[in-house]
Design a binder for this molecule. Structure first.
Ligand code: 3HC
Ligand code: NAI
Length: 682
């Protein structure tokens, strides 16, 4: 059994403890421990019932994702499950932490499930582009019914123990902190009362009423068309759940297997599994010494209560950290605080917060005029206007006010952090914390490491990200850092391509069909052409449209025309402006392009820019670029992000495409293409 599993017998109850840190994933070693442990306890005549429990922070958190796609070693999971389910002694799963995926499927082959109130159970495989492949799609519907199973498995969200009890997903709650005792008592009672060996697979009552009702599934897919677009897993999940009603259990299991394998070998799932680890890699900085101390952040200051400052403040209020919010004048301060309140009240109106919680969070704000109010905070985040002069002025003053050891952060989008830091006598305490708008919602946080940023400050910034539930990606100083910089070439390419013949609708459709929520022209119209073009002195296409009063949706027209309901239609006026601009620039139309060609023209330059960011050492690794684009720009998750996608397309093809469009591929990209290398595979 190795060190992963241990058995003991207490008052006739066999206890198998799995201890495979960090999350007791079902690796070959865990499967072996289950096979050996159950083998031993079933064979022991002294044992009347068995409790399966885990050590550490959680019950089994699922299959070992890092084993997928590799040669399978150790015992087969379904064979282990068969031993448990068909065993002649009742088996009780004792759940704490998170019983997810294969972990919850393990619990489902046990005859009973007991959990502490803080535990969560669920089948999150959909998030990895998979379906529950160890019976979850066949057993869960037999407990909760088809409709609930569809929501639970395509939603992939863990469910709290109390809710799970209502659903029948667990059978009993144990007292918090006393799972072992609770499960043993449950087992003893079962033995004393001669409780039945309940096998979920034998139940038919919840699925039978759905036999032959194919319309249920068709309607479900229709209802969720938007959320499922581009993904493969939800469709196979629905088919597998349908099989639970249509087929006898064993045939249903075979169908589940087929549908699982189809997903396992898909690019979409490979991309989503890659992304699972990519998100967790972002917090790892190779040259940051292990054990670097972190400073304590008990109180935060935010300067500027505008679009970003307000959202940034909310992140801290949400986790109970008080914020001193500084503005230039009372009106701006009142407006900023008012927007925060409104946001919370809207959440409360949707029933996701109580009125009391709104007041609790608002009470954590200390509104202030003047930077002097920041003398006692541990971390200051500056979110004032994007102008070097103003930022340097603010940091210069802060230097004289902030306490020793306070971290001074800037939310600048494009400015040189080192220059901002030079306005202080303590550049080692300066770091960039680049949030994305809306800052209270978007999960990405780019942490910008200045030339002089101390290790301790970087380590603390990473800790702050975790505290406020952001996904960090570390960037060196460079124009636009990672996400904004890497995505900018998409806009340049769109503006160039639209002069060559493809219309805004053609380009937007190609990008939408690739998987983005919206194409670049629809996005420009939404944000406002005046906003996007701000600060540019050159003649631009957007500038020409703005001159005609075409500011986008808000003025009834931009690249498209809009009706009162803001429904877009192609605009003859915009088409003329585009044609005139093309003529003035001497661009001749090349005619229509396929969607694939349009995608290549817009997105290969993103791959190229990503390669440059790596070449320059601005990003630590390719996966950080993918995380930044997926979380910062809603790049479709199932493509894995620009770098993973570039590898999927093939880097030689990307290089050729760039050259054909007159763009010079960067050295790193050319080298990788020539050597058959990749950014993200191995
Ligand atoms: N396989 C391999 N490694 C895993 C893993 C898994 N299933 N789940 C977590 N890990 C690793 C993480 O990569 C991380 O490693 P690191 O420390 O080296 O970065 C470490 O475990 C800790 O994970 P987190 O940082 O995410 O820890 P948290 O405490 O924040 O969260 C968790 C714990 C809720 C269990 C979360 O890790 C999680 O959601 N894991 C994935 C669960 C999942 O998707 N299970 C289904 C797997 S697919 C499956 O079971 C198929 C089956 O149907 C056949
Ligand atoms: P904004 O204009 O909405 O807010 C700026 C606020 O700062 C205003 O309320 C202004 O009154 C206040 N302010 C200006 N000077 C001040 C001073 N000396 N002391 C106190 N308050 C002062 O701007 P926004 O959009 O919030 O941007 C702020 C910063 O965040 C900029 O650096 C911007 O580049 C960056 N950023 C903006 C993003 C966005 O999507 N809007 C995304 C990420 C970063």
């Amino acid at each position: 059994m190795g060190q992963v599993g241990t058995t003991e017998v207490v008052d006739g109850i066999g206890i198998l403890t799995i201890d495979n840190p960090p999350v007791n994933a079902l690796s070959a070693a865990t499967r072996q421990a289950l096979a050996d442990g159950f083998g031993e306890l079933f064979a022991n005549d002294e044992v009347k019932a068995i409790v399966l429990i885990c050590a550490g922070r959680t019950f089994i958190a699922g299959a070992d994702i890092s084993e997928f796609g590799k040669e399978s070693k150790g015992p087969d999971l379904n064979a282990v499950f068969k031993t448990i389910e068909e065993g002649t002694k009742p088996v009780i799963a004792a759940i704490h932490g998170t019983a997810l995926g294969g972990g919850y499927e393990t619990a489902l082959v046990c005859h009973y499930r007991v959990a502490v109130p803080s535990a969560k159970v669920g089948l999150p495989e959909v998030n990895l582009g998979l379906l529950p492949g160890a019976g979850g799609t066949q057993r869960l519907p037999r407990i909760v019914g088809i409709e609930a199973a569809l929501d639970i498995i395509t939603g992939g969200k863990p469910i709290g123990a109390k809710k799970a009890l209502e659903f029948g997903m667990i059978d009993a709650l144990a007292e918090e902190g006393k799972l072992r005792e609770g499960a043993i008592d449950f087992a003893k009672k079962l033995v004393a009362e001669g409780g039945p060996l309940v096998r979920v697979r034998d139940r038919q009552d919840k699925v039978e009423p759905y036999r032959g009702k194919s319309e249920v599934y068709a309607e479900y897919l229709k209802k969720n068309a938007r959320a499922f677009r581009g993904f493969k897993a939800p469709f196979n999940i629905v088919k597998a759940i349908e099989a639970s009603a249509e087929l006898p259990f064993d045939q249903g299991m075979e169908r589940e297997r087929e549908l699982f394998l189809e997903l396992l070998t898909s690019t979409e799932s490979a991309a989503q599994r890659y992304y699972f680890f990519a998100e967790r890699e972002g917090a790892k900085v190779p040259d940051l010494p292990k054990g670097t101390p972190e400073r304590e952040i008990r109180k935060v200051g935010v300067i500027g209560a505008g679009t970003m400052g307000g959202g940034i403040t909310m992140n801290f209020l949400n986790v109970g950290i008080p914020v001193t919010l500084v503005e230039m004048n009372q009106a701006a301060l009142d407006r900023g605080v008012g927007v925060i309140r409104k946001n919370y009240e809207n959440t409360a109106a949707k029933g996701r917060m109580t009125a009391e919680q709104v007041e609790q969070r608002m009470a954590l704000i200390t509104p202030a005029l003047g930077l002097e109010a920041l003398s006692d905070v541990d971390l200051v985040i500056e979110a004032v206007f994007e102008e070097m002069g103003i930022k340097k002025d603010v940091f210069g003053k802060l230097d004289g006010i902030a306490k020793k050891g306070a971290i001074l952060a800037s939310n600048t989008s494009f400015l040189d952090l080192d220059e901002i830091a030079s306005a202080t006598s303590r550049p080692q305490d300066v770091v960039g914390l680049h949030f994305f708008s809306p800052a209270n919602v978007m999960r990405l946080l780019e942490i910008v490491r200045g030339a002089k940023t101390a290790d301790e400050v970087l380590a603390t910034a990473l800790k702050v990200a975790k505290t406020i539930a952001k996904v960090p990606v570390v960037s060196r100083v460079g124009p636009g850092f990672i996400a904004n910089r890497v995505m900018a070439p998409r806009s340049y390419a769109a503006n160039a391509l639209v002069l060559e013949g493809p219309t805004p609708s053609d380009i937007d459709a190609a990008i939408f069909n690739y998987g983005f929520a919206m194409g670049p022209f629809a996005m420009t119209d939404l944000v406002g052409l005046d906003v996007i073009g701000r600060g540019s002195n050159e003649r631009t296409l957007s500038g020409d449209l703005v001159k005609l009063g075409r500011l986008g949706q808000k003025s009834g027209g931009g690249f498209y025309d809009y009706d009162e309901k803001r429904k877009a239609s192609p605009s003859p006026v915009a088409a003329q402006v585009i044609a005139d601009f093309a003529k003035a620039k001497g661009v001749t139309a090349t005619g229509a392009l396929s969607e694939q060609d349009i995608v290549a023209r817009l997105l290969y330059p993103v791959v190229n820019e990503g390669a440059k960011v790596l070449e320059e050492g601005v990003a630590i690794r390719a996966s950080d670029i993918d995380v930044a684009c997926i979380l910062g720009y809603n790049w479709p998750l199932y493509t894995g992000g620009p770098m993973f996608w570039g590898d999927t397309v093939g880097l030689s093809k990307v290089v050729e495409g760039l050259k054909a469009a007159g763009i010079e591929p960067c050295k790193l990209l050319v080298e990788k293409a020539a050597s058959g290398g990749s950014f993200t595979r191995g």
